[in-house]
Design a protein around this ligand. Structure first.
Ligand SMILES: NC(=O)c1ccc[n+]([C@@H]2O[C@H](COP(=O)([O-])OP(=O)(O)OC[C@H]3O[C@@H](n4cnc5c(N)ncnc54)[C@H](O)[C@@H]3O)[C@@H](O)[C@H]2O)c1
Length: 414
């Protein structure tokens, strides 16, 4: 073979390789993805409906099964979605044609549901928070397991699917505001309807009669059954954690992503149940300070008692990044010769925009299932967000400072 023959042969082979890859990608993008739903409560119903809307719009995705440990909800979901129902996720996961599951169970179940699903070779869209605050060791185990299994795992922090955070992060890394030393963000809202207002489907519900109370408790301390503990689980530290773990992942995730923040060095937190009473034992207010080893603090504040928030912003040695509903603006400080940049948001983050973000987030997951790419709210990012939140809860509960050792991935209270 002459050199030119060989070049022609090689470029032909490379061309054939490229064509084969393009065909494989095209057929992967056309493959109908079959999705199951675990947890058919408020959020699960919304997510299941969203998948069915995608199907109606002609997207190659289909909801094929549903699972719930509360029989009346399972039966309702089977009828509403017209799909096969399972009382146990393990049975649903045996379906070899199932590609992925959406997990919308209470917080304490997430890590078990996700581990079981990835071990059954399914991709996972898991609602936030990725684990309950008392499950640090299990979280670590899950992350390490998925580093081996490489399933696509998206955590349901949909705010991160506004690409403005990535675009601002890129500019910040290129020095648009100098060295970042400080950031602040928040999650404030008014009302306890998300906890005390959770509906009690049946005030006479009893364990064993369509209620799998044993599974519902996961690894929580064993308690006597009450309908409130089953249906209003967000009121209780055993199954939830108040704003810190319920809503803070929403805003902390994009901030951590934008700043490319790794694991924290130190976290302190303070807060409590300052206003709401009744059966609630989770805090309604929580403030935390997170310090990173490169010399940067994030202050995160929030409460469910009053909706007046603080601005999300990042302070650098040469300028400031400010987040509004519409954009992230990078502003140089006085005397700094750098351009002011306004990076528009993909969608507004309130009202209509909120559900637009959820739709973008689910689509990002489905797309990554096809490309085997990394979704915007992937498990590694969720780990970097959940570690400071778990440390904050421990700091608050024990009145101590929480330190993190990134080499051994351990938390120490001092
Ligand atoms: N991303 C968001 O904006 C958003 C919004 C709302 C809720 N969420 C998250 O969604 C999750 C569910 O919240 P919700 O308000 O829908 O709660 P919910 O109580 O309405 O629904 C949870 C359902 O899971 C079922 N369940 C419990 N353990 C199960 C198990 N092991 N297997 C199968 N089913 C099980 C329950 O019976 C219940 O029907 C929470 O983690 C919450 O943080 C996220």
């Amino acid at each position: 073979m002459t050199q030119s023959d060989r070049r022609q042969f090689l470029s032909g082979a490379a061309g054939a390789g490229l064509a084969a890859r393009a065909m494989a990608q095209a057929s992967a993008s056309q493959k109908k993805l079959r999705v199951g739903l675990i947890g058919a409560g408020g959020r699960g119903t919304y997510l299941g409906k969203t998948i069915q809307q995608f199907t109606e719009q002609g997207e190659p995705v289909e909801l094929v099964s549903v699972c719930d440990i509360y029989q009346p909800r399972l039966e309702r979901a089977e009828v509403a979605f017209k799909v096969k129902g399972y009382a146990r996720a393990a049975d649903m996961l045996k379906d070899p044609n199932l590609d992925a599951v959406i997990i919308a169970t209470p917080d304490r179940q997430h890590v078990f549901n996700t581990m079981e699903a990835i071990r059954a070779d399914k991709d996972v869209y898991c609602e936030k928070p990725v684990t309950h605050w008392a499950q640090f060791d299990r979280l670590k185990e899950l992350v390490h397991e998925n580093r081996k299994l490489k399933r696509v795992v998206q955590v349901g922090t949909q705010y991160v699917s506004d690409t403005v955070w990535e675009r601002a992060g890129e500019q910040i890394r290129q020095g648009a505001i100098g060295k970042v030393v400080h950031a602040q963000s928040c999650y404030f809202r008014r009302g306890d309807s998300g906890e005390a207002g959770m509906p009690i489907d049946d005030p006479n519900a009893k364990p064993g009669v369509g209620v799998d109370w044993e599974t519902a408790q996961a690894d929580a301390p064993r308690r006597e059954f009450t309908v409130s503990r089953l249906f209003q689980w967000r009121l209780y530290m055993d199954y939830s954690g108040g704003p810190l773990t319920d809503t803070y992942p929403h805003m902390l995730t994009p901030v951590v992503k934008m700043l490319d923040a790794g694991f924290p060095k130190k976290v302190v937190a303070t807060g409590g149940r300052f206003y709401y009473g009744g059966l609630r034992d989770v805090p309604d207010t929580m403030d935390l300070l997170i310090q990173y080893p490169q010399g940067m603090d994030i202050a995160f504040l929030g409460s469910f008692v009053n909706y007046v928030g603080i601005e999300t912003l990042v302070r650098g040695s040469e300028g400031t990044a400010r987040k509004s509903d519409l954009a992230i603006t990078l502003e140089p400080m006085k005397g700094v010769n750098k351009p002011r940049q306004e990076l528009p948001s993909d969608t507004q983050t309130r009202g209509e925009g909120h559900s637009n973000l959820a739709i973008a987030h689910i689509k990002d997951f489905l797309n990554c299932m096809r490309t085997r790419g990394t979704p915007r709210g992937d498990l590694e990012l969720a780990y970097r967000v959940q570690v400071p939140l778990i440390m904050a809860m421990q700091s608050h509960l024990h009145n101590k400072v929480a330190l993190f050792d990134a080499d051994s991935e351990t938390i120490q209270l001092v």
